[in-house]
Design a protein around this ligand. Structure first.
Ligand code: IMP
Length: 196
């Protein structure tokens, strides 16, 4: 039997972890192209001060300059005791060129001695499709650990203890994380919209 080609859509990222997560969630329904797959090597400016704004900048950039329908995500870790920081600045919390380990160190330092450790991850996905724009949101509640746990995942995963499992994201399998994560939840809304 001949295989029908899957609809193609660009995910405005080169983050291999995110591509892997998205491809697992969309498997069999959509072919997801990365920015390097379409030869886009631009440093897309993320200058908005909201997750929605940054996700839209990235999706529009690809649509306008490369002509592909595209989705882009922006994620923040909001810590209640730090008035929502690092929030939209989660990627560069410890300064320009910082590593995830630098961000974790700084966050643990800011949280030293704090008993109130609740936090949540939020993801916004922006989609350009057939001349329209759509937004999909997901979030997950948890707490900031006092030290790193586990080696899976990326970013702040070793210090985010998900309320639903009592485990750090970095101690969970990719499937278990996807099932409850901010991005998993936003991605499922996005996929339901695209496929159903
Ligand atoms: P971005 O908007 O997805 O690039 O994420 C912003 C920041 O949040 C980056 O520092 C990421 O490492 C971090 N981040 C995003 N998603 C996750 C996640 O699922 N786990 C841990 N950290 C994340």
């Amino acid at each position: 039997m001949m295989k029908t080609a899957l609809p193609k859509i660009v995910f405005a990222t080169n983050n291999e972890h995110k591509l892997e997560e998205a491809r697992a969630l969309c498997s069999g329904a959509l072919e997801i192209l990365s920015l390097s797959d379409i030869n886009c090597h631009d440093d897309i400016p993320e200058t908005a001060d909201t997750l929605e704004g940054n996700a839209l900048i990235k999706a529009r950039w690809v649509k306008e300059r490369y002509g592909f329908d595209c989705f882009a995500d922006d994620t923040g870790l909001m810590v209640d005791a730090l008035d929502g920081a690092p929030g939209v600045y989660s990627a560069r919390y410890a300064g320009p060129g910082c590593t995830p380990a630098d961000n974790i160190r700084l966050l643990l330092k800011e949280m030293e001695g704090k008993n109130e450790r609740t936090a949540h991850f939020a993801t916004v996905i922006a989609l350009t499709l057939n001349g329209e724009e759509h937004l999909f949101k997901g979030s997950v509640d948890g707490e900031i650990a006092t030290e790193p746990h586990g080696t899976a995942g990326f970013g702040y995963d070793p210090i985010f203890i998900a309320s639903e499992t009592g485990k750090a994201f970095a101690e969970m399998s990719p499937d278990a994380k996807n099932a409850i994560s901010h991005r998993g939840r936003a991605m499922r809304k996005f996929i339901d919209f695209l496929i159903h």
